[in-house]
Write a new protein. Structure first.
Length: 95
C-alpha cells in the first residue's frame, strides 16, 4: 500500500522534474513526464491537508507561529542571498 510520505515524495519529485527538466529527446514519454509535473503540487498539498485534518486538536496560534518561523525565515534568507548574488555592486560601477 502506498503511504502518505511516499505520495509527498512523489509530488516533490514531480515538481522538481517540472521545473528543472531540460528536453533531451522530445519523445512522447518525456513530454508526458514534464507535462504532469504540476500535479505534484496538488498531490503534496492534498497529503499535507489530510495529515492536518487527522489530528485531534490543532492549536491555531502555535501552528501559525511555527509555520511563520520555519517558512518565513528561510524565505527572507533566500531572498537576501539572491539579491546579493544578482545585484552585486560590480554591475553598477559603469553608471
Amino acid at each position: 500500500m502506498i503511504n502518505k510520505k511516499f505520495l509527498q515524495f512523489l509530488g516533490t519529485i514531480l515538481v522538481i522534474v517540472f521545473h528543472l527538466w531540460f528536453r533531451l529527446t522530445n519523445t512522447v514519454l518525456e513530454r508526458f513526464i514534464v507535462s504532469i509535473g504540476y500535479i505534484g503540487v496538488d498531490l503534496f498539498f492534498i497529503c499535507s491537508a489530510y495529515s492536518l485534518s487527522r489530528k485531534e486538536k490543532i492549536d491555531y496560534w502555535p501552528f501559525v507561529i511555527n509555520r511563520f518561523k520555519t517558512i518565513y525565515f528561510k524565505f527572507v534568507v533566500f531572498t537576501l542571498v539572491y539579491a546579493f548574488v544578482i545585484y552585486t555592486p560590480s554591475k553598477y560601477t559603469a553608471l
